[in-house]
Design a protein around this ligand. Structure first.
Ligand code: FUB
Length: 449
């Protein structure tokens, strides 16, 4: 047990689960639906505060709509291994929340003067807090809780998607949306407004805008936000030389979801000298886009400070240890024909995906696998083949060195097939898995030892 986990367990306050079924591919949380990821770096770990989508039912929420009862927080020190710290705030434990609303929408969390402030939008049960959304705050000594919720939502704030930014001079700002964007200064206590509510300017006039997230880099203030320019939300940004604007539209960070997810919602963070875009699609619920899944990809700037468009990947970020189960269905590249991806269990989307090969020479490439320095001798493949078939594994690219040939026997069940490697190559490599014949071979994962 490492020092961090021991510390958490000794505090006895929070539930802690290490998630074993995710290895930094996209989506990176597979034990529940998640959306609206706000990523924050506290100490040497990156914390993600997402919304938690659940399926509505007659008893919970409104059928066909968002249903969100509570919040979890997740953290990682390498963006590969994630810890679920469990529920930090639940609608049923906050007195002023309408417990029939299931509307715990996109949150944020920020550190100030030794405390962590968690901001969440939801529907109040008393008209004196407004008719629609209000924004509450919960405070903790630790980024993963326990959080104590304030007895009332923030006065004069009506809307969703809170975002807090603390400028270099120490002034904190709260941004939120309600069809358009609003902002106000926060007092030092981070719980009350210190100014009148203002409307920052410089954003598209038409089309829904929500999810403001502001960050600063080299003196440029970037306001990022989802915007419905066409049919569904895409991620855009506007820049300013001040956190209060005026802003100037600067471009698109990510196009509309290729899977048709109507919403997207972003945060941008620098962790260990690399910038990342956190966002969501609906990978685990392709037919219902109110059950979403959070993702992360690297983000890069041009020399003039503009942001390069981020193309969503399945591979995600971080290295995958060669001795872990490598989910090649989260591929970096795939052949034009003969290789495809589908759910492992069509009745349980939380079970993950598999790669299906059915054409000679079809291949899939999975990047950034760490083979370490200690000789690995074998590869193990969790495979299924109703015909029997042969696959081979190369390193780096489709023409790279051949390291294994594996005969997958004909069968009616999934089996782990092991074979000895031709040669061990230390360090970080891409792997390419290719079918050798015209058979049908399905692969869940592979690992080396
Ligand atoms: O998750 C509920 C709402 O959907 C968020 O608050 C919006 O930003 C959109 O992602």
């Amino acid at each position: 047990m490492n020092k961090y986990k021991r510390h958490l367990l000794l505090t006895g306050f929070v539930l802690l689960f290490t998630i074993n079924n995710t290895m930094a591919q996209n989506p990176f949380i597979l034990n529940q639906y998640t959306a609206d990821p706000t990523a924050r770096v506290f100490g040497n770990r990156l914390y993600v505060y997402p919304s938690h989508d659940i399926l509505s039912s007659k008893e919970k929420g409104r059928i066909g709509w968002f249903c969100m009862e509570d919040y979890h927080v997740f953290s990682s020190e390498n963006l590969t291994d994630w810890t679920d710290h469990g529920v930090i705030v639940s609608q049923n434990k906050v007195k002023w929340v309408d417990s029939t609303s299931y509307s715990m929408w996109a949150p944020d969390c920020i550190f100030r003067n030794g405390k962590y402030y968690f901001y969440f939008p939801t529907k109040p049960n008393n008209p004196r807090y407004g008719k629609d959304f209000a924004i509450g705050v919960a405070v903790s000594d630790r980024p993963y809780g326990p959080f104590i919720t304030q007895p009332e939502p923030i006065d004069k704030v009506h809307g969703i998607d809170p975002n807090v930014f603390i400028d270099k001079d120490g002034q904190a700002y709260l941004y939120w949306s309600s069809m358009k964007f609003f902002m106000a200064k926060l007092k030092e206590n981070m719980l009350e407004l210190a100014s009148e509510v203002q409307e920052p300017v410089g954003f598209p006039e038409t089309g829904l805008k929500e999810g403001p997230f502001l960050f600063e880099r080299n003196g440029i203030y970037y306001m990022t936000y989802p915007h419905v320019k066409n049919k569904t939300e895409r991620l855009e940004y506007a820049i300013s030389n001040s956190p209060t604007g005026p802003f100037k539209y600067a471009g698109v960070i990510m196009d509309e979801s290729p899977t048709g997810c109507w919403t997207n919602h972003q945060s941008v963070v620098n962790f260990k000298n690399q910038w990342y875009l956190f966002y969501h699609h609906n990978d685990m619920s392709p037919k219902f886009d109110k059950n979403r899944s959070i993702r992360v990809d690297s983000l890069f700037f041009n020399n003039d400070g503009t942001i390069r468009k981020v193309i969503p990947t399945l591979r995600g970020v971080g290295l995958t240890n060669a001795t872990n189960k490598i989910q090649i269905d989260r591929y970096s590249l795939i052949s034009e024909k003969g290789a495809s991806i589908s759910f492992l269990d069509s009745l349980n989307n939380f079970g993950g995906w598999k790669t299906v090969f059915n054409t000679k020479n079809a291949w899939i490439q999975y990047n950034s696998v760490d083979f370490g320095k200690n000789k690995l001798k074998k590869v193990n493949v969790q495979a299924f083949s109703k015909t029997g078939g042969t696959i081979q594994i190369r390193l780096d690219n489709i023409n790279g060195p051949l390291i294994a040939k594996i005969e997958i026997p004909k069968g009616k069940e999934w089996n782990i097939v092991s074979t000895t490697l031709f040669k061990y190559y230390p360090g970080i490599h891409n792997i390419v898995v290719q079918l050798q014949d015209d058979n049908n071979v399905e692969i869940d994962w592979l690992s080396f030892n």
